[in-house]
Design a binder for this molecule. Structure first.
Ligand SMILES: *[C@@H]1O[C@H](CO)[C@@H](O)[C@H](O)[C@H]1NC(C)=O
Ligand SMILES: *[C@@H]1O[C@H](CO)[C@@H](O)[C@H](O)[C@H]1NC(C)=O
Ligand SMILES: *[C@@H]1O[C@H](CO)[C@@H](O)[C@H](O)[C@H]1NC(C)=O
Ligand SMILES: *[C@@H]1O[C@H](CO)[C@@H](O)[C@H](O)[C@H]1NC(C)=O
Ligand SMILES: *[C@@H]1O[C@H](CO)[C@@H](O)[C@H](O)[C@H]1NC(C)=O
Length: 433
C-alpha cells in the first residue's frame, strides 16, 4: 500500500518538536527524509532531472495511449506496476493533510519542498486522469496480468489498459476520494502557488458534483479493480470530500451536505483506503469509542497488513492531539480522561515501535536503522537496476532470477514501511511474505 507510509511521516515531523521526554536514540529526521524518498521510488513516467532515487528510470511512457488520453505519470501501487486510482487518491489526500497540519515542521527540516513535490507528482497525474467534469480514469494496468509477472517497471511487457468512470458507469467512492485529494492538495499548495491551488480546487468541485449526482460503487464500473481495491461503500468518501471542500472553500453547501448526511459513521477504530470515517470524525472533531488490541510488544493490532492501519491511527492521534491542544480541551473515555499528550504518547509509541523499538529490535522502515527488511516484496527494487544491467527481464524470468532468490534485494526501497509483524510481534523477511 502506497499510502501507508505518509502517516508515519506526519507523526514523525510532529515528534521532531516534542521529543523532550528522554527518548532520543531514534533519528526521526532521517526517517522523515526516507519517507519522502519512497515516493520517488514509486514514480511512473518520465522522471525529473532532480530525481534522487537513482536506481529508477523512465517507465510506462505511453500509459493511456490506447484510450486516446495521456496518462503518463502518477504512482505505482506498493510492490507492483499497476496504477490503482482509489488508493492512489487516498494517498494524495493523506500526504496533503500531513503537509497542511505539519507544514512548519516539514519546513524546519528542509522537507516541505519534497512533500509538495510528492503531492504534485500525484495531482499532475490526477489532472490528466480527469479530462472532463464527468470522466475520471481510475486505473492503468491490470492486476491479474501484472501480478503474474515479476518485472521492473522499466521492462514491463504486460498490457496497460486504462479504465474510467463516467455518467453511465459511475463511481462515487473513486470520484469523491479524488475530490478529497484535490481539495486537500489545494490547501497544501495554497501558500506556495495560488494558481495551482485554484486549478486543483476546480477539479475537486467538479468531481464532488459528479460523485454526488451519479451514484454507484466504482468497482461496478471498473470491474477489474474489485479483486484488489474493492470499495465497501461510498458514503464515507462523499463525507470526506465534503469536509475537505468545506475546509478549502468555507462554502456552506459542503457543510450542509455533512449535516444532512446520516452521520459520520459511528464509533470506528480503523482508518484506511476503504474507510474514511475516522478522518471525517477528526476533521469535524467528533470522536468515537475505540477499543483496539495490542501485540505483546505494544503495537496496535488491527488486521493483517497491519502497519497501514497503525500509521493512520498514529496520524489521527497526533492530529487530534493538536486540535485538543489548540482548544485547551480533553475528552472522556470509559477508562478516564484523555489529555492531548496521552494521544501524542500513543502515536509516538507506535512510531518508535515501527522504527526499531520492538521485541525483534528491527526497523520496519526499509533503509532505516541498522536492521530492516531486505527482501521487501516489490518488483522494481528486487531486480537489479536497469542502469546496472539493461538486459530485459521477462515476465516469468523475473520469478526465476529474482523473486525466488533467497538474497537481499539489490536496491534499497528507502522509506517504505512493510506490512509488518504479526499479532505476536513475529515477522519473516521473505520476498514471498
Ligand atoms: C535525504 O536523503 C538524501 C538521499 O539519500 C540524502 O542525500 C540527504 O542527505 C538526506 N537528508 C537528510 C536530512 O537525511
Ligand atoms: C504555479 O502553478 C501554475 C499552474 O500549474 C504554473 O504554471 C506556474 O509555473 C506555477 N508557479 C510557480 C512559481 O511554481
Ligand atoms: C448536482 O450536485 C450539485 C452539488 O452537489 C447540486 O447542487 C445539484 O443540484 C446536483 N444536480 C442534480 C441534477 O442532481
Ligand atoms: C466488493 O464490495 C461489494 C460491496 O460491499 C460486495 O458486495 C462485493 O462482494 C465485494 N467484492 C469483492 C470481490 O470483494
Ligand atoms: C515466531 O516465529 C518463529 C519462527 O517462525 C516461530 O518459531 C515462533 O513459534 C513464532 N512465535 C510466535 C509467538 O508465533
Amino acid at each position: 500500500m502506497l499510502s501507508s507510509i505518509i502517516f508515519v511521516l506526519v507523526s514523525l515531523c510532529f515528534f521532531l518538536l516534542v521529543h523532550g521526554d528522554g527518548f532520543t536514540s531514534i533519528d526521526y529526521a532521517e526517517a522523515l527524509n526516507k519517507s519522502l524518498l519512497y515516493y520517488e521510488a514509486q514514480r511512473s513516467g518520465e522522471l525529473p532531472i532532480h530525481q534522487r532515487v537513482e536506481w529508477r528510470a523512465y517507465s510506462a511512457l505511453s500509459d493511456g495511449r490506447e484510450a486516446g488520453v495521456d496518462l503518463e505519470g502518477g504512482y505505482y501501487n506498493a510492490g507492483d506496476n499497476v496504477k490503482f486510482g482509489f488508493p492512489l487518491a487516498f494517498t494524495i489526500t493523506m500526504l496533503s493533510w500531513s503537509t497542511i497540519e505539519f507544514q512548519a515542521q516539514l519546513k524546519a527540516n528542509n522537507q516541505l519542498t519534497y512533500a509538495l513535490e510528492a503531492i504534485q507528482w500525484g495531482t499532475d497525474y490526477l489532472i490528466k486522469a480527469h479530462p472532463e467534469p464527468h470522466v475520471l480514469y481510475g486505473q492503468v494496468g491490470d492486476g491479474d496480468s501484472d501480478h503474474a509477472c515479476w518485472q521492473r517497471p522499466e521492462d514491463m511487457t504486460t498490457p496497460r489498459p486504462a479504465y474510467k468512470i463516467d455518467e453511465k458507469n459511475p463511481g462515487s467512492d473513486l470520484a469523491a476520494e479524488t475530490a478529497a485529494a484535490f481539495a486537500a492538495a489545494s490547501l497544501a499548495f495554497h501558500p506556495k502557488n495560488e494558481t495551482y491551488a485554484s486549478i486543483l480546487l476546480t477539479h475537486a468541485k467538479q468531481l464532488f458534483e459528479f460523485a454526488s449526482n451519479y451514484s454507484g460503487l466504482y468497482q461496478n464500473s471498473i470491474t477489474t479493480a474489485a479483486k484488489f481495491y474493492n470499495s465497501s461503500g461510498y458514503e464515507d468518501e462523499l463525507l470526506w470530500a465534503a469536509v475537505w471542500l468545506y475546509r478549502a472553500t468555507n462554502e456552506d453547501v459542503y457543510l450542509d451536505f455533512v449535516d444532512e448526511s446520516s452521520g459520520p459513521g459511528g464509533p470506528r477504530s480503523i482508518f484506511y483506503w476503504d474507510d474514511k470515517y475516522v478522518g471525517v470524525q477528526v476533521l469535524i472533531a467528533k470522536q468515537g469509542k475505540n477499543n483496539v488490541q495490542q501485540t505483546p510488544g505494544g503495537l496496535l493490532w488491527f488486521l493483517s497488513y497491519n502497519l497501514q492501519y497503525v500509521t493512520t491511527a498514529a496520524f489521527v492521534a497526533a492530529a487530534y492531539s493538536e486540535y485538543l491542544t489548540t482548544n485547551l480541551a480533553t475528552f472522556d473515555c470509559p477508562g478516564g480522561t484523555i489529555k492531548p499528550n496521552d494521544l501524542l504518547l500513543l502515536a509516538k509509541s507506535q512510531v518508535d515501535y515501527i522504527l526499531g523499538s520492538n521485541p525483534r529490535s528491527t526497523s520496519y522502515m526499509v533503509g532505516f536503522g541498522s536492521t530492516y527488511p531486505n527482501q521487501v516484496h516489490h518488483r522494481g527494487v528486487s531486480i537489479v537496476s536497469i542502469k546496472v544491467n539493461p538486459a530485459p527481464v521477462s515476465c516469468q524470468g523475473g520469478y526465476d532470477l529474482y523473486f525466488n532468490k533467497d538474497a537481499a534485494n539489490p536496491n534499497v526501497l528507502d522509506g517504505a514501511v512493510v506490512s509488518g509483524p504479526d499479532e505476536n510481534d513475529n515477522y519473516s523477511d521473505l520476498r514471498s511474505n
